[in-house]
Design a protein around this ligand. Structure first.
Ligand SMILES: NC(=O)c1ccc[n+]([C@@H]2O[C@H](COP(=O)([O-])OP(=O)(O)OC[C@H]3O[C@@H](n4cnc5c(N)ncnc54)[C@H](OP(=O)(O)O)[C@@H]3O)[C@@H](O)[C@H]2O)c1
Length: 248
């Protein structure tokens, strides 16, 4: 039988922002497929949400692996026959070595692995799942970016250089615009947003906001009405009390 709920896939949702987005989407009646590259981490997260009375499904997914993405896509097709929402959340920000904080010293391998996870994997998952949106002429794709990747603001901002991370998120922004352009007329809305600096493993404990707060814009973009925003860059809604566009 066709599942009457909207089906949402959230990558890297065993912890941090992805977990918070999964919880919020599930709370509003969306069938979330929580995913993680490590099965036991993902099942523990699913168990936690189940203990709150939330009905969440789970499947393993390493976004950097062709095989994992292909197996996941096949499972989705067999289980639901379609996808409605894709939140491209999985990401890394390698800053554990001092040389990684400067373009003059950053290791090319660090650049490569960051682009692999943050940019190419986003494209890999999108390429795999968009056909499962096209089958029913409906899709919402939410790409997690950062204000640190706004080219318009980069010369005047106060953020750390973090070259592999910032340049990879510039790639995310570019992918968002180009994908949106290619999907014009398909009722598949593709947008990016900056969740703000959050208290997650990546953001650290000094961050001012929680992952739950950062998740608000994802829910807004994942549930856009037909004809809604396409190919745009948003800030975290909590900071402004509503959806605010950022400059690319
Ligand atoms: N935290 C912030 O202040 C902040 C600000 C702006 C944007 N963001 C963005 O928000 C997103 C989530 O960040 P976060 O703060 O929640 O980070 P996090 O706590 O470090 O969580 C990152 C998630 O991505 C997953 N992941 C990494 N590589 C993966 C792979 N190959 N396949 C599948 N999953 C993978 C991790 O899985 P494992 O548990 O297996 O490692 C984890 O679930 C990222 O795109 C990040 O760039 C964060």
């Amino acid at each position: 039988m066709t599942n009457p709920k909207k089906i949402a896939v959230v990558t890297g949702s065993n912890r941090g922002l992805g977990y918070a987005i999964s919880r919020k989407l599930s709370q509003i009646g969306i069938q979330v497929v929580l995913t993680s590259r490590n099965e036991s981490d993902g099942l523990a997260a699913k168990q936690q949400l189940s203990s709150e009375g939330l009905d969440v499904n789970y499947h393993i997914l390493d976004v950097t692996s062709d095989r994992s993405v292909a197996q996941f896509t096949q499972w989705l097709e067999e289980t639901y026959g379609r996808v409605d929402i894709l939140v491209n959340n999985a990401g890394i920000n390698p800053t554990n070595k001092p040389e990684e904080s400067s373009l003059l010293t950053v290791q090319l391998e660090t650049m490569r692995s960051t682009f692999d996870t943050n940019v190419l994997a986003l494209l890999r998952v999108s390429q795999a799942l968009i056909p499962l949106m096209k089958v029913h002429n409906y899709g919402r794709i939410v790409n997690i970016s950062t204000e640190m990747a706004s080219l318009a603001a980069i010369t005047s901002d106060f953020y750390p250089l973090a070259p592999s991370y910032r340049l990879s998120k510039l790639g995310v922004n570019g992918l968002t615009v180009l994908l949106a352009k290619e999907l014009l007329g398909a009722n598949i809305l593709v947008n990016a947003y900056s969740p703000g600096w959050m208290k997650t493993d990546m953001g650290g404990e000094n961050a001012p906001f929680t992952a739950e707060e950062g998740a608000e814009t994802a829910v807004y973009l994942a549930t856009l009405p037909d004809g809604g925003a396409q190919g745009l860059f948003f800030a975290e809604m909590r900071k402004f009390g509503g959806p605010i566009q950022l400059q690319w």
